[in-house]
Design a protein around this ligand. Structure first.
Ligand SMILES: [Fe+2]
Ligand SMILES: [Fe+2]
Ligand SMILES: [Fe+2]
Ligand SMILES: [Fe+2]
Length: 405
C-alpha cells in the first residue's frame, strides 16, 4: 500500500487547536499494555518535542514577522500534540521504570533503523550507537532491582534482552570524536533523512529526560548513574544530529521535519494494537498533513524549489517495533570494541580517547561499574535477561550465570 502525504487533504490548520477535554487523553493500562505501545508513545513524544524546539529555533532566527506568527501558531499545535502523546503514559510507573522503557526504545528503534538504512556510513553510526544504549539498559536494570526490588523483565517483557553492551565506562569519548560526517542533502535517499531525524529526536528526548529526573533520586548511586548516562546521551545527540546535512535551509529542514512526523505517525498507526492509542496516531497524522502542506508551500516560495525534489514520492516502508535479538547479538560479537576517531571508527584506544578517559574518570570506577558491583554484593548475582543463551562475547559471560539457573 502506498501513501503520499503531499497528495492527502488532512485537517486544515485553522481547525487544529484542541480544547482541554480533547487533550485529556486516557493513559494506557500499565499492566495490560503492549510494551511496544509504550515505546511508540515515547518515540512520538520525542518527535513532538523536537517539533516544538525546532519551531522555537526557527522563530529565533526568522526576521519576517508574518512567518514568525505562523511558526508560533503551528508550534502551539505541536505543543498540544506533545501533551496528548506524552500524557498517554500512565502515572503509576516510577521514573526508573520509564527510563528502562526509554532504553528499550533506543535499542529496538535504533536496531530497526540500522537494519533498514541503505547508506553504509549512516548504518555504521546506528550500529555503533545501539550497543551503547543496550549497555545502559543493563546498568539501569541492575539499579531498578536494587532500589525498587523489581525486575526489568516486567518492563521489557522479554522482547529485548538485558546484558552488557559496549561498557558505559568506555563510552566517554572526546567531544571532537562525536562529530560525524553528514549525509549529502542532494544525493541522500529520502529514507536516510527520516532515519537521522527520528533517532536524533529520540536521543534528544532521552538526554532531556535524564537531566530532569536524575536529581530526583535520593540514593547516591542512582543520582550518579543518571549523571553518567546523561552525559552519554548528550554525546549521542551530537553523534546523530551531525549526520543531518547542516547545509539544508531552514525551509528544507522544516519540510523534512513535517514529512518525518507524517511518516512516524503513519508507521505507528499501521502497527498499533491499542485502538484508543491508534486513534490518536491517526488524528495526528491528519494534522501533520496540514503542517506539511504549509511547509511545502513555504519551501516553494522561499527556496524556489519543488518539495518533490527532496521528499520521497510516497512514504517509505513503515518503521516497526519488533525484537532485534539476533541482530544485536551479531553486533555484540563484531563491534563491541569500536570507538571513534574523528569522523570514523577504530578499534584501538587512541591517545585522545585515553586522555579523555583519564580526565573524566579521575582514577576511579564510574557509577556504571559500581552499580553492577553493588548489585552483586547485595543479591549475590547481577541482573541479566539472556533469553537466547549466554552472552556472545566470552569475557562478558555472566560469572554467576550457571548457579542462577
Ligand atoms: Fe507534530
Ligand atoms: Fe541510553
Ligand atoms: Fe542514547
Ligand atoms: Fe508537525
Amino acid at each position: 500500500m502506498t501513501f503520499n502525504p503531499l497528495a492527502e487533504k488532512g485537517i486544515p490548520l485553522d481547525r487544529q487547536i484542541r480544547n482541554w477535554r480533547e487533550l485529556d487523553v486516557e493513559p494506557i493500562d500499565p499492566d495490560a499494555a503492549d510494551p511496544y505501545t509504550r515505546c511508540r508513545i515515547i518515540v512520538l513524544n520525542g518527535i513532538e518535542v523536537e517539533a516544538v524546539l525546532f519551531g522555537h529555533m526557527f522563530g529565533r532566527t526568522c526576521t519576517d514577522p508574518e512567518i514568525r506568527r505562523e511558526l508560533a501558531y503551528v508550534r502551539y499545535i505541536e505543543a498540544q500534540q506533545q501533551k496528548a502523546v506524552n500524557w498517554l503514559l500512565p502515572g503509576i510507573p516510577s521514573a526508573l521504570e520509564t527510563t528502562i522503557a526509554y532504553e528499550q526504545v533506543a535499542v529496538d528503534l535504533t536496531a530497526w533503523i540500522a537494519r533498514m538504512e541503505p547508506d553504509p556510513y549512516l548504518k555504521q553510526a546506528y550500529e555503533f550507537g545501539v550497543l551503547e544504549d543496550f549497555d545502559h539498559l543493563y546498568r539501569y536494570a541492575n539499579l531498578f532491582e536494587m532500589i525498587e526490588r523489581r525486575k526489568a523483565e516486567k518492563v521489557v517483557d522479554g522482547l529485548t534482552e538485558v546484558m552488557p553492551g559496549r561498557p558505559t565506562k568506555a563510552e566517554h569519548r572526546h567531544p571532537y570524536d562525536n562529530v560525524r560526517e553528514p549525509y549529502d542533502r542532494n544525493t541522500a535517499a529520502p529514507l536516510s533523512k527520516l532515519h537521522a531525524l527520528t533517532v536524533m529526536a529520540a536521543e534528544q528526548q532521552t538526554m532531556n529526560f535524564y537531566m530532569n529526573v536524575g536529581p530526583q533520586y535520593m540514593e547516591p548511586i542512582a543520582r550518579q548513574l543518571y549523571q553518567e548516562i546523561g552525559m552519554i546521551e548528550q554525546e549521542h545527540v551530537t553523534h546523530y544530529e551531525s549526520l543531518v546535512d547542516q547545509g539544508e535551509s531552514m525551509w528544507e529542514k522544516l519540510l523534512n521535519h513535517e514529512y518525518n512526523e507524517c511518516y512516524m505517525y503513519y508507521s505507528f498507526m499501521t502497527q498499533e494494537t491499542d485502538p484508543k492509542v491508534k486513534a490518536v496516531w491517526e488524528l495526528h497524522l491528519n494534522m501533520e498533513i496540514g503542517h506539511l502542506q504549509q511547509a511545502a508551500d513555504w519551501f516553494r516560495r522561499h527556496d524556489g524549489r519543488d518539495p518533490a525534489e527532496v521528499l520521497a514520492p510516497e512514504l517509505p516502508q513503515p518503521v516497526r517495533f519488533e525484537p532485534n535479538k539476533e541482530y544485536l547479538r551479531h553486533l555484540l560479537a563484531t563491534q563491541m570494541d569500536l570507538t571513534t576517531l574523528g569522523e570514523g571508527y577504530v578499534t584501538e584506544m587512541h591517545e585522545r580517547f585515553e586522555q579523555m578517559q583519564a580526565q573524566v574518570h579521575g582514577g576511579e570506577e564510574p557509577a556504571s561499574e559500581r552499580v553492577i558491583d553493588e548489585h552483586r554484593e547485595r543479591f549475590g548475582y547481577e541482573y541479566r535477561l539472556e533469553t537466547e543463551g549466554p552472552h556472545p562475547v566470552d569475557w562478558l559471560r555472566d560469572p554467576g550465570g550457571e548457579e542462577k539457573k
